[in-house]
Ligand binder design. Structure first.
Ligand SMILES: Nc1ncnc2c1ncn2[C@@H]1O[C@H](COP(=O)(O)OP(=O)(O)OP(=O)(O)O)[C@@H](O)[C@H]1O
Ligand SMILES: [Mg+2]
Length: 653
């Protein structure tokens, strides 16, 4: 037995357990590789204060002697992700891309997409495992530096990089990084696909310009809607409530401070020198004691005292939430609906880690059968379902602005959606099921450390604090939706009543006139009766609520009207150059798009480029931003009414 005991390297472990990193099947593996590279590119650009411009290219690669297959049948792909970020210094390239658990984000407390130091090297390892090809990197740190090319593989036994090629090359970009991986994969559109990931990334990252070269040769561009970076999150120190006893012991041993009091105040956030002394006093240990000498029972008392002491919640400038207006605009840009709303919760804390929950909702009617897309012949992906009469809401989940596309049912966000009683807001819901109806529910968690349920970062663990905040955000969205629906229902019934009254006005006037021997001023009487009918059925408010006046729906301020000519009113800021405001200081935001007008008055869909039109290979299909009319850069998000039959489908479906 003893002779068989061996050390296992982390790469060996993850080679066998690659499903833990999101490489369980070829379709998901393709997505995971793209996701890791894009997330890194966005993190790098934002950290360097550069507005991200990321190009993603998927190419089919021929295997063996066989010809290049169509994308839907191909089994091997080359993924190339290019960014305009700060680049990587030559010496770091091999370890970043060919050593698991190596990175710059794990040890710090600051919101970022990556956190574990395993993502891109795992993608490279998967490529190496399935195709035998190395990962190829080009990186340039500035226009005056030379571009460095590296081909690297992992020595899985040692978890160390093997550099196969390393040279300076000509590169047409002034700075940035390009990562190319050849992997075994499957390309399939639909739910949980690369296409969906990029689309959802663009919803939550309106400051990013994404160019996607699809394997069929088509190019899709997601233009930048915000021209400013989100505020850069600051790094914070651990909060005393967020550490476990073992971690405190380790921190005490590694402390650089000379005294316990200075250790407490310098190595933790929100612990002032006065509070540090207070903790020492309560724990009956000298503030001047050397941190290394605090061990055993003394350390345990110190730990318990810290947990029992009242410490201010951690600062939240380490977080960079998306913001209500940006969520609204993102949803509005990508999802067709009638009503949109977004909520950013105030910051909360779980295990000493600050987090912010943001929720959004897009609600709209299903398209009528004439405009229903043809039934998909492709098999459905995980979590995907046929849209039909019993259409259920769709939940789109994000963690630190990254879309989460797998393991929906084990995610805290999804569970909170199920646990919310949507019937209270006028939405049908079977027991234990998603709410029914044409609805997209958006949930985002922004945190310095997102508690994922596994290394593949697909679902969020169900901490009570997180669950509570998601529920509160969803309830607020639901409450606003309920208000909108109730108001519309009431207005519709009043409108029907008024129509019935008006049907009889003519008859009543005629009858009265006959009784008076034809001497009655009929027009005057008719106008008076019409006035009464209108006032008894809600007056102008009814028309407003039903979108029949051209003015904003009553009670829902900050309106936008979208007609064939463009948008009038309060344009959501993401459609313009302004950026998301501070969610904490802004009031409830909502957009509502109302009812169809006549078919001769085409709506937004007709003014913009068709979303689903087939393009010739190589052609650029820009995902359209909305046409603007009478808008200013600083206009506020609010209520939108469109002159089109509203329905809910994904933009480029
Ligand atoms: N395109 C890039 N430009 C600049 N630096 C990069 C780029 N890609 C990766 N890096 C650096 O390489 C490190 C390792 O990346 P990797 O994806 O393996 O881990 P991570 O992003 O830190 O965490 P996670 O495993 O959660 O993705 C990053 O921390 C970052 O510092
Ligand atoms: Mg990463």
């Amino acid at each position: 037995m003893g002779a068989r005991q061996r050390e296992i390297s982390v790469s060996e472990f993850f080679t066998k357990n690659r499903h833990l990193l999101g490489f369980d099947n070829p379709r998901k593996a393709l997505l995971t590789c793209v996701k890791e590279a894009v997330d890194n590119a966005l993190d790098a650009c934002e950290e360097a204060g550069i507005l991200p411009e990321v190009a993603v290219q998927l190419e089919v690669v021929a295997t063996g002697s066989s010809a290049v297959l169509p994308a839907s049948q191909a089994t091997r792909f080359r993924i190339t992700v290019t960014d305009n970020g700060p680049g990587i210094v030559r010496q770091q390239i091999p370890r970043i891309f060919a050593k698991l658990l190596y990175g710059s984000k794990f040890h710090r407390l600051r919101m970022s997409r990556g956190q574990q130091g395993i993502g891109i090297s795992a993608a490279g390892m998967y490529g190496q495992l399935t195709t035998g090809k190395p990962m190829k990197i080009i990186s340039r740190t500035g226009p005056r530096a030379a571009a460095q090319y590296c081909a690297v593989q992992i020595d899985t036994k040692k978890n160390e990089p093997l550099v196969l090629e390393n040279k300076q090359v000509e590169w047409d970009r002034p700075q940035g990084t390009q990562v190319a991986i050849e992997v075994e994969g499957r390309y399939q559109k639909g739910r949980a696909s690369v296409d969906e990931y990029l689309e959802q990334t663009s919803i939550a990252n309106p400051h990013v310009r994404l160019i996607y070269r699809m394997p069929e040769g088509e190019t899709k561009e997601y233009p930048r809607a915000y021209h400013e970076l989100p505020p850069s999150p600051k790094e914070i120190k651990p909060h005393p409530y967020g550490i476990e006893f073992g971690m405190l012991l380790k921190m005490l041993q590694d402390a650089k401070s000379q005294t316990l009091s200075s250790f407490l105040s310098s190595d933790f956030c929100r612990v002032t020198p006065a509070l540090a002394n207070e903790i020492c006093k309560a724990a009956n240990v000298s503030p001047k004691a050397k941190p290394r000498d605090v061990r055993g029972a003394l350390a345990e008392t110190l730990y318990q005292t810290i947990q029992a002491t009242k410490v201010m919640a951690p600062p939240t400038n380490c977080l960079s939430p998306i913001g209500e207006k940006a969520i609204l605009s993102g949803l509005y840009k990508q999802i067709k609906g009638e009503f949109y709303t977004a909520v950013s919760r105030p910051p909360s804390v779980y295990r000493g880690n600050p987090f912010i929950i943001e929720a959004g909702l897009a609600f709209g009617k299903t398209p009528d059968s004439a405009t229903k897309p043809e039934k998909s012949v492709q098999p459905l992906a995980e979590g995907e379902q046929e849209e039909g009469d019993s259409e259920l809401a769709r939940v789109i989940r994000y963690a630190n602005r990254v879309p989460l596309l797998y393991q929906q049912s084990s995610c805290a966000t999804f569970k909170a959606v199920l646990a919310t009683t949507w019937r209270n807001y006028g939405i049908g819901q079977s027991r234990g099921a998603l709410p029914a109806g044409p609805m997209v529910i958006f949930v985002h968690i922004a945190s310095v450390w997102v508690p994922f349920t596994s290394e593949s970062k697909e679902a969020i663990a169900e901490y009570d604090e997180i669950h509570k905040d998601i529920t509160l955000a969803l309830r607020e969205c639901g409450r606003r939706l309920g208000l909108f629906l109730r108001r519309r229902e009431r207005a519709a019934s009043e409108y029907r009543r008024r129509n019935i009254f008006e049907l009889y006005i003519e008859e009543v006037v005629e009858a009265c006139n006959r009784l008076k021997g034809g001497k009655l001023p009929t027009e005057k009487l008719k106008a008076q009766l019409q006035k009464i009918a209108s006032s008894r059925t809600g007056g102008i408010k009814t028309e407003e609520t039903l979108g029949k006046t051209g003015a904003g729906p009553e009670g829902l301020p900050h309106s936008i009207i979208v007609t064939a000519e463009g948008i009038e009113g309060d344009v959501p800021p993401t459609l313009d150059v302004s950026r998301a405001g501070d969610p904490a200081t802004e009031g409830p935001d909502r957009i509502c798009i109302e009812e169809k007008l006549s078919p001769s008055k085409p709506g937004r869909r007709q003014t913009a480029k068709p979303r689903s039109a087939k393009k010739a290979p190589g052609k650029v299909a820009t995902v359209p931003s909305l046409p603007k009319k009478g808008s200013s850069a600083q206009q506020q998000a609010g209520t939108v009414r469109t002159g089109r039959k509203a329905h809910l489908t994904r933009k480029n479906k």
